[in-house]
Design a protein around this ligand. Sequence first.
Ligand SMILES: [Zn+2]
Length: 211
Amino acid sequence: MEKLQKQGYSAFLNQYFRENEELFSNLSKKQKPHTMMITCSDSRINPALLLNAQPGELFITRNIGNIVPPYLPAKGATQAAIEYAVNVLDIPKIVILGHSNCGACAHMYHQTNKNEPSLPHVENWLQYIIPAKSAAMLEVHANHNNNIFELTEKHNVISSLQRLMEYPYIQTRLVNHEISLEGWWYDIGSGKVEMYNFNTRHFEPVIKEIS
Ligand SMILES: [Zn+2]
């Protein structure tokens, strides 16, 4: 593993860094990212790869389940990252990026048995997904859509958007049209991204046809 990491770093230094020395020279003085992304810690999610973005473009905060907690009680790194992104870096767009096969959402349906390790911090953190689970279960009954996991992942993005809209400084910026919020759901197996439409209240493909 250590050898692999050294090889990876060496490849970065000799290829990507050399080809982009001017970019890194500019970035060494300041950052001006255009988008904040709040996404899952899941190893399969790579926002910069997904958007073909260079260093300096995306301000990213990650946690398990791409959760935005409520504004209060403000105890967490996620609230601090949002506050810094909006009030210091003045970032005009926040994207919440959820995804398929999310372990955090699936965990909500997982029956723990006594042979498994206890996960007090995980259990405590995932309480924020309870409203999404309830909404997903209602939708399964109403629409006969049986993909409860995908529905939970999508409702979890919507819950996070709703909580984000309750942050006072975000409310102010929304009223003044100084910030935009988006909710995305990324399907790992197909590369497809769907975006939440606030008017239709559905997730819709960002690009209609993927060739
Ligand atoms: Zn996840």
